[in-house]
Write a protein that binds this ligand. Structure first.
Ligand code: G1P
Length: 287
């Protein structure tokens, strides 16, 4: 098996119900953390991990994502003429950072189904999957941390983080055993009730899969929430071949819920070279 690993799938077809009404007409992937939309952080991380063939699985109401990564000749000309060079640079960089392909998921049938929609584009290769509402700030990009284990093993690899006991019902939770210093995953359960998770380790939206996953997704029945769950297909994959976990080193923000989103904006805002000091002063005055 080759280790080229350049393809990465961004499922971006979800309805964004946790953010309604903000996401009624705006994709949640386009919600900004300070000055960039969530999806741009995810794409930048993928590129930093050498994964430069990007496919977005989108759905109705997601056109803004395509426009964001496309060239806007009019905007670029306006910024250029106005001498706004720094902004011009930002806008033109994002439009040229990557060649993106798009597939529409016609029915929101769950994360597993969204990933399966990318199967014809991926073909018979290993590939990444990234959920943009999980933001990881780290020295080594999260996807690269997974990639390092994939290159050693040729196997599927999943990004993990420890979560508090009362939050296990928000995530796919795993059980892992040590195998020569690697975490080999044996069980996965999607959003178990509090008190019933197999460990405190959650999947945080970073995955590398062998193409066998697609075969299993094709006949995965609806699971939690009446949706075709990626987690259920991973559990079956782990019974057939090794699936490893990596506890991601870095800071992780679950920006897929309103509180996590506010926390990410506040913390990254406080660190922002331009706005950080002013934001700190405003927060202090309001405590
Ligand atoms: C999805 C996955 C879940 C994972 C989570 C990470 O859930 O189904 O296994 O732990 O992303 O954020 P969602 O947030 O789409 O409900």
């Amino acid at each position: 098996m080759t280790h080229t690993l350049r393809k990465i799938v961004f499922p971006a077809a979800g309805l964004g119900t946790r953010f309604l009404p903000a996401t009624k007409a705006t994709p949640k992937e386009m919600m900004p953390i300070v000055d960039k939309p969530l999806i741009q952080y995810g794409v930048e991380e993928a590129l930093a991990a050498g994964m430069d063939e990007v496919i977005m699985v989108t759905g109705r109401g997601k056109r803004a994502i395509e426009d964001h990564f496309d060239i806007s000749a009019e905007l670029e000309a306006n910024l250029h003429e106005a001498g706004k060079d720094a902004l011009h640079e930002k806008v033109s960089t994002v439009a040229r950072m990557v060649d993106m392909s798009y597939i529409r998921q016609k029915h929101a049938m769950g994360l597993g189904h969204a990933v399966l929609c990318a199967a014809p584009w991926v073909g018979d290769e290993c590939f990444g999957v990234s959920l943009a509402d999980e933001l990881v700030v780290s020295d080594v990009p999260a996807m690269k941390q997974l990639r390092q284990v994939h290159e050693k093993t040729g196997a599927s690899v999943i990004g993990l983080a420890r979560v508090p006991a009362e939050e296990v019902n928000r995530y796919g939770m795993v059980k892992a055993e040590d195998e020569n210093g690697l975490l080999r995953l044996s069980e996965m359960v999607e959003k178990p009730p509090v008190g019933e998770a197999p460990s405190d380790m959650a999947m945080i939206g970073r995955y590398i899969f062998t193409p066998r996953l697609f075969e299993l997704l094709k006949n995965t029945e609806k699971g939690a929430g009446g949706e075709i769950q990626l987690t259920d297909a991973i559990a079956r994959l782990a019974k057939e071949e090794p699936v490893y976990g990596v506890l991601i080193e870095g800071e992780r923000f679950d920006a897929g819920n309103p509180l996590g989103f506010l926390i990410a904006n506040t913390i990254l805002g406080l660190r922002h070279p331009e706005f950080g000091d002013s934001l700190r002063a405003v927060i202090k005055n309001n405590l």
